[in-house]
Design a protein around this ligand. Structure first.
Ligand code: FE2
Length: 355
């Protein structure tokens, strides 16, 4: 074994024995590949270890005062760094029970006196090597964990940015809906938070809100931007943005629930919506949240066919839609938000952010 393979520097050994001759012997046996410091009692050893870090402790079992086993137990129950320092117990005792107790108390090895120099060197090398590998493994695990976390964060960021870019692409098709998807996403997240949903659920509904109208990518611009009333055929085409959106988002297989908002945000609580005519709680929760947020934003935004509605009128329309167009719980939260928004800041702030 390469004697220096475990560390760049010489390992620091701390030898504890009340017999000075033994300490001298240990220094001589291990001195060629380690640096040896010494102490002559358990108490002296603990004082030293409280202040200094060492790579390995060699400790005599039989010492006056605090013996080796007691010192070892103290070290292993300590909260300080000394807890992790490997300890080899030295003894001339032949008691087999003692050997068991020494290992149970946390020692890594056991060396009998009189010392056999080569055997002692090999045992010390082996312990140092193991410690070095353990430390390296820990370092490597930490490094890989940090790397994995950074990569996951970068992927999440990339996903968020892509979703946002996609949402802006949709909104760009209609000059009247600039920022609509982002606002719907923010309102939806806010409603979900007030409804006691977890932060993961809030994030999900936020993403679904951002992409709820993604299917409009597949609708011709002249229909989306038609200033006059849509005929039945055109209205049918507009309605298909829900199913088109769902089939686009189905491609994101790692986030299957993303389709829910796009597919079902035009369902109505009374079952008169589209595309499936789902009713009540058969409509996915996220879609029921987005439906209220979507309606609020549509009413508080300028459209080609009308200006911005009065806040009181918006409130009235949402209240009127409870149990018909809207889920009563989420509509009530929207009303609460409107009532708290005395200066009509909710829409304003988001418009500024998106500008
Ligand atoms: Fe829509």
């Amino acid at each position: 074994m390469d004697e220096n393979c475990y560390e760049e520097r010489k390992p620091l050994i701390f030898a504890v024995d009340d017999d000075e001759i033994n300490l001298l012997l240990i220094s001589r046996i291990l001195g060629e590949f380690t640096e040896v410091r010494t102490a002559q009692s358990g108490t002296e050893a603990l004082n030293y270890l409280a202040e200094n870090s060492v790579d390995l402790v060699l400790m005599d079992y039989n010492m006056p005062g605090r013996d080796g086993l007691e010192t070892l137990k103290y070290m292993k129950h300590s909260r300080a760094e000394m807890k992790n320092v490997p300890v080899i117990i030295l003894t001339g005792d032949t008691d087999l029970d003692l050997e068991t107790e020494v290992f149970r108390s946390g020692a890594v090895d056991f060396i009998r006196k009189p010392f056999v120099p080569m055997a002692m060197q090999e045992r010390v090398r082996r312990v140092l090597q193991n410690e070095y590998l353990k430390r390296n493994l820990r370092r490597e695990v930490d490094r890989q964990t940090k790397l994995a976390r950074e990569q996951a964060a970068a992927t999440a960021r990339l996903f968020d940015e892509t979703v946002l870019a996609l949402a802006e692409t949709v909104d760009a098709k209609d000059p009247y809906t600039k920022g609509h998807s982002l606002r719907v996403a923010e309102y939806s997240k806010h409603i979900a938070a007030l409804a006691g949903r977890t932060s993961r659920q809030q994030y999900d509904v936020y993403c679904m809100g951002l992409l709820h109208d993604v299917g409009k990518i597949g609708i011709p611009d002249e229909i989306i931007n038609k200033p006059a009333r849509l005929n039945d055929e055109e209205y049918g085409i507009i309605k298909s943005h829900t199913t088109i959106g769902a089939s686009i988002l189905k491609k994101i297989v790692d986030f299957p629930q993303l389709t829910l908002g796009a597919h079902s945000h035009h369902e109505r609580y009374d079952g008169k919506g589209y595309p499936q005519g789902l009713k009540g709680t058969d409509i996915p929760t996220e879609a029921r949240i987005i439906a209220v947020a979507d309606a609020y934003d549509a009413m508080t935004s300028c459209r080609s066919y009308r200006g911005i509605m009065e806040q009181s009128r918006v409130r009235y329309e949402i209240e009127r839609g409870i149990g018909k167009q809207f889920d009563p719980v989420f509509a009530a939260i929207m009303l609460q938000l409107i009532d708290e928004d005395k200066d009509f800041q909710m829409r304003g702030q988001l418009t500024e952010n998106e500008a």
